[in-house]
Write a protein that binds this ligand. Structure first.
Ligand code: KIV
Length: 273
């Protein structure tokens, strides 16, 4: 039975997320990129659905998130928004639509809100994108930050390994987190940083943190839906818990279908008009 059948539909807002942090209730966030999956996920009682630019990897087969365009994100986000009744839908601003140009950033964010019907946008970075963040917030668009491992900067980092292990980088991350809070961001994703440091950051902030590979002390957790469902069985980072083995389920189902077609077993008499 879905959560919707048990509880009255109360939409998740940025204000409710703040209240969740205040009372110590963890925030559950997951990615989705299409209508059918978003519909299933929203009915579970998830708090935030992220239309992540990880769509570049899991939907489009790219090695990085950099190729995603605003049009790609709007296409995915508008499909997700149509399916969602309860969760807050946050949409990643893709690479090249906000860095170094706050006017372009505002235009990009407005398109995501208007054309996709998103509820908020997410942006990677701290002090470097302050102007863009402020300009978007001033227009009344909620912004979620993203610090730690920032996949749009993969060519700067050179690796997908754990960030903020050195004092200087950790201090900058903490400063950036406080800055994003001061600007008015409603939450911050912390990706792949040591658990104890994520605890320090989370405890230093009034706004919620949502971690991926950032340990158990963040105010919430986020995973990419394809990873959580085990659709791709080749991606096995330490932080990932697989809740299903859809790789096997889908492979077996399609193999059975192929066999039935080849054996002239599908369709049978009952499956014909
Ligand atoms: O694009 C994405 O899926 C993300 C999550 C990994 C947080 O940014």
């Amino acid at each position: 039975m879905s959560v919707h059948q048990n509880t009255p539909l109360k939409k998740i807002t940025t204000h409710r997320l703040l209240e969740m942090k205040q009372r110590g209730e963890k925030i559950a966030m997951i990615t989705a990129y299409d209508y059918s999956m978003a519909r299933l996920i929203d009915a579970t009682g998830i708090d935030i659905i992220l239309v992540g630019d990880s769509a570049s990897n899991v939907m489009a087969g790219n090695d990085t998130t950099l190729p995603m365009s605003l049009e790609h994100m709007i296409y995915h986000a508008s499909s997700v928004v149509k399916a969602v009744k309860r969760a807050l839908v946050v949409v990643d601003m893709p690479f090249g639509t906000y860095q170094g140009n706050s006017r372009l950033a505002l235009e990009s964010a407005i398109r995501i809100m208007k054309e996709a019907g998103a509820h908020a946008v997410k942006m990677e970075g701290g002090a470097e994108i302050k102007e863009s963040v402020l300009r978007i917030l001033t227009a009344g668009i909620p912004v979620m930050g993203h610090l730690g491992l920032m996949p749009q900067s993969i060519y700067k980092f050179g690796t997908y390994s754990v960030r903020a292990q050195e004092e200087v980088e950790a201090q900058k991350l903490l400063d950036d987190a406080l800055l994003l809070q001061e600007c008015g961001c409603f939450g911050i994703v912390l990706e792949k940083i040591p658990a104890e440091f994520a605890k320090t950051v989370s405890e230093s902030l009034l706004i919620p943190t949502v971690g991926i590979g950032a340990g158990m002390h963040t105010d919430g957790q986020v995973l990419v839906v394809h990873d959580l469902l085990g659709i791709n069985n080749e991606f096995s980072p330490r932080f990932l818990r697989r809740y299903a083995d859809l790789h096997s389920v889908i492979t077996d189902a399609v193999q059975n279908y192929v066999t039935d077609v080849k054996n002239k077993d599908f369709p049978n008499e009952k499956e014909c008009y």
